[in-house]
Design a protein around this ligand. Structure first.
Ligand code: DGJ
Length: 383
């Protein structure tokens, strides 16, 4: 008994000591005030000589948005200063971003033409669970905001994916989502692959949940999102000011049930790394490659490999181990491409205390064919 107590105290002390290390994967990551960074599901951009990290400000209990989107700044990627709320919820009843809505997976991009910072995020309306499934836009003149909320919307009402043939449209129009009480049967799958949910939402607009934004070498921006009841990803072109959709879009892996999309261009190819759909619980990552953002996309094995990860979710918690086949306990949120190194940024969700969810930054390496490989790395910034 005494030995167990001693070992537990030792573990707790060790965790506390490790807590002080600002940039160790698998441990809380304190900001310059000593608080674990509360920016989840987000992204990092560089502007001037600083980096900005945007993410969901999560409460300790519950999962609705009570504050908004938080922003942190850094000069070295290791030490982050909390710059406050970049986009705040409002107290106005019925407003799209009324306190108690759900803001998830914010991505901020800088538009060099307009010199504006544009934020896109997944928005769920207050009191409606995850059924609204909208994308929202906000804009700011400065990286720390405050961002001005513009609007939230479903996607592409009345528009077909740009490469869908007449025959494929006809097949989609012959489906009826209301006719299926039992999901996951082979017949139901066939119908979803024909575009059953695309057709169901054709008039009102397509759903948009987990999302990322990707800027190509030519400055064109694309929104990639989990749509059609999280069954199919959509890739959509944004207008040159990044404040709207051009209307050109396509599907990726119809019926594949992918979420948490992240995108990287490397070696002239587009690499899409995403997760399966298991709520807050980790699952095996999936990877797709394409020569064009518009596909066709080829499914590959998960890039995660090698030895297990040991995570210390909290200073007083017992360590937990997760294998590569469970994405080291995490779910991706963004690929930060710094030119000489690319980081796969991910969240280790803690659904009972979302605020305490850990951040993993895992450097991406490449095999001899140039395919991304992601291994457990405790010290992401050590060469
Ligand atoms: C998984 C998603 O990736 C998260 O962003 C969040 O929406 C949770 N599901 C909610 O269960």
């Amino acid at each position: 008994m005494k030995i167990t107590k001693f070992l537990l105290t030792l573990c707790a002390c060790l965790s506390c000591t490790l807590w002080l290390h600002a940039q160790r994967n698998g441990m809380p990551w304190p900001d310059t005030d000593g608080h674990h960074i509360n920016a989840h599901g987000g992204n990092v951009i560089k502007y001037g000589d600083r980096y900005y990290w945007y993410g969901e400000n999560r409460p300790d209990r519950g999962f609705t948005t009570e504050v908004g989107i938080e922003v942190y700044s850094s000069t070295d990627l290791r030490q982050w200063k909390d710059e406050g709320c970049a986009l705040a919820v409002t107290e106005e009843p019925g407003h799209d971003i009324e306190r108690g809505c759900i803001m998830e997976r914010p991505k901020v991009v800088y538009n060099a033409r307009t010199k504006k910072f544009v934020m896109l995020f997944h928005l769920e309306l207050k009191g409606r669970g995850y059924e609204a499934a909208r994308v929202a836009f906000a804009v700011s003149d400065t990286p720390t905001g405050p961002f001005r909320f513009l609007r939230s919307t479903r996607l592409h009402a009345g528009k077909w994916p740009f490469d869908m043939s007449r025959a494929q449209r006809k097949a989609a129009m012959a489906t009826d989502a209301n006719a299926w009480k039992d999901w996951w049967t082979p017949e139901w799958r066939k119908e979803t692959e024909k575009g059953m949910y695309l057709w169901r939402d054709f008039q009102g607009g397509q759903m948009s949940r987990d999302m990322t934004v990707f800027i190509d070498d030519n400055g064109k921006a694309y929104h990639i999102t989990s749509s059609q009841e999280n069954l199919t990803l959509l890739v959509s072109e944004l207008t040159p000011d990044y404040l709207d959709f051009t209307g050109k879009y396509n599907t990726i892996a119809p019926g594949g049930q992918n979420e948490a999309p992240t995108l990287l261009k490397h070696g002239g190819r587009y690499w899409l790394i995403c997760s399966g759909c298991t709520g807050w619980a980790p699952n095996a990552a999936r990877m797709f490659v394409s020569k064009s953002i518009w596909g066709p996309w080829t499914a590959l094995d998960s890039p995660f490999t090698g030895s297990d990860a040991t995570l210390y979710p909290d200073a007083t918690d017992q360590p937990r181990t997760f294998p590569a086949s469970k994405t080291f306990g995490a779910q991706g949120t963004y690929i930060l491409d710094l030119g000489d190194v690319q980081y796969f940024m991910a969240d280790v969700w803690n659904p009972s205390h979302l605020r305490r969810s850990l951040h993993l930054w895992l450097p991406i390496t490449y095999d001899k064919e140039g395919t991304p490989v992601i291994r457990w790395t405790e010290m992401p910034f050590q060469k």
